[in-house]
Design a protein around this ligand. Structure first.
Ligand code: GN1
Ligand code: MG
Length: 360
């Protein structure tokens, strides 16, 4: 992955209304654990203050082994949604040859979309009203795509959102990793759940046909809010749109949004009030399409997604930080521990959460 400024040739490979690229500026945006993201600004040119701005990303091909497929999927989904609800997801920018990506001299695959001005992305939610509003938007996203046929049917990452391959990797790495000793407390807790809780959650969630189109990464910060924070302007990060269970999106949003502290905080704090608000928003938007099986799965999906992310961070820690971006060599272990704590907190509220979902 190229960490330095993108080559200007990459930008020139896209079909933009910016013939003069001499004053184009690239600014690194601090977003996401996988791709490196750049704001490409033409408005910094005093001759062209109304010039357009873009978001340019090199698709991480270590994680997404078929990066062109990711760009093709985004082209299809973004085109479809923008026709139904203009601006609800960013508009993609075609290359000069009409592709949804540009390839650089060493084979790197880049995608670009129009930048959405006057918005903010938050790492944590600050009120139940905001939680409901964000959840309604993710529900609407699934609703808009309820009959859409994805051009790419394989998941963006092999086994994405499946617990079994993650646990297999965990068992293997726990035996061979030179970091295993440092992670033994967390490993022990996870191993204990493998024999009792994991089989029941897998029986609950993994047997259905995966036919719903989902976002695949429903974090709070993948929603762009108005400057006042009370309206959703746009849902971003379409890298992981795939077929799956509706509850996976819901569970991921509860994991991210009902933790009143940010994901990077060592001590999460689960809010049942935010969970309820997220449920109202999500279920409200999907009222017509959510089956009783899907509704019944919502609560266990929260635990499933949170536990799985704990295992995924731990696997990456044991594997030497090859998947998620890290600032230091213990960050993935801290992230895994925090997700595990959040999972434990959630479990203590299970009965309350189930009662609430059933009451809607
Ligand atoms: C990754 O890079 P980002 O933030 O969009 C990951 C998600 C995790 C998330 C945790 C393709 O998403 O699954 O939930 O980090 N994306 C991929 O912060 O693995
Ligand atoms: Mg993502």
């Amino acid at each position: 992955m190229q960490k330095d400024k993108p080559p200007i040739q990459v930008f020139k490979g896209f079909d933009t209304p910016c013939p003069d690229t001499s004053s184009i500026q690239f600014t690194r945006l601090d977003s996401g654990n996988i791709n490196i993201t750049w704001l490409v600004s033409s408005s910094s040119d005093p001759q062209n203050p109304d010039g357009p701005d873009f978001v340019l990303q090199q698709i991480n091909s270590h994680v997404f082994v078929e990066p062109r497929n990711i760009a093709e999927q985004i082209r299809a989904v973004s085109t479809f949604i923008n026709e139904k609800k203009a601006g609800f997801v960013p508009r993609w920018v075609p290359s000069l040859t009409g592709d949804p990506y540009v390839q650089d001299a060493v084979g790197g695959v880049w995608k670009m979309s129009w930048y959405v001005h006057d918005t903010q992305a938050l790492n944590s939610i600050s009120s139940a009203t905001q939680a409901e509003c964000i959840a309604r938007a993710y529900g609407q996203f699934q609703y808009l795509l309820r009959d859409f046929k994805l051009p790419v049917t394989d998941p963006p990452v092999s086994g994405f959102h499946e617990l079994a391959p993650q646990l297999e990797a965990f068992h293997y790495l726990a035996l061979i990793s030179d970091r295993a000793e440092r992670a033994q407390n967390l490993s022990g807790s996870i191993s204990r759940l493998v024999s009792d809780w994991v089989p029941s959650i897998e029986a609950e969630l993994m047997h259905g046909k995966k036919t719903a189109v989902i976002h695949g990464d429903c974090k709070v910060n993948n929603v762009l809010l108005s400057s006042g924070g009370d309206k959703v302007r746009s849902i971003v990060d379409l890298d992981t749109v795939m077929y799956g269970e509706r509850g996976w999106d819901f569970g991921d949003l509860v994991r991210s949004g009902a933790n009143v502290l940010s994901e990077e905080s060592d001590n999460p704090a689960y809010s049942v009030d935010y969970f309820k608000a997220i449920t109202r928003g999500f279920v409200g938007a999907l009222q017509d399409v959510l089956s009783s099986r899907e509704k019944e799965q919502l609560v266990c999906s929260c635990q499933y997604m949170t536990f799985m992310l704990a295992v995924r961070f731990l696997v990456d820690y044991l594997d030497g930080d090859k998947y998620f971006t890290v600032q230091d060599s213990e960050q993935n272990l801290r992230r895994a521990t925090a997700q595990y704590r959040l999972f434990e907190q959630m479990r203590t509220f299970e009965a309350d959460m189930l009662r609430y979902v059933r009451s809607l």
